[in-house]
Design a protein around this ligand. Sequence first.
Ligand SMILES: [Zn+2]
Length: 115
Amino acid sequence: MSYAEDYKKYRGKCKEFCEALIIERPELTMVRGHYFEISWGRDEAHWWCTEPDGTIVDPTSKQFPSGGMVENYTPYSGFSDCEECGKSIPEARIIMQGRYTMCSDRCAMKLVGLL
Ligand SMILES: [Zn+2]
């Protein structure tokens, strides 16, 4: 399959592919976090699975041009950084501005140039 076909098939479906895989292989653990895609230059929210020994099993790695390089997976820590001021914020307090994470309305307004 070409990359374009893989992209269409797997893009945004990481969670459902993991859920299906884990039914067949209950020894796996589902992990939420992000994947840094080098050719896009950004982190993508992502789900994958790990073996009991920690080996990554990613049923949708083909949605990324770099194809799931082990060193680019980062499990979610429960915190995100504000895109504006860089402050680390717990998930419950994150304000989403488009696809950006913000610590406060003030930072969200700064991002769009209103402050
Ligand atoms: Zn901020």
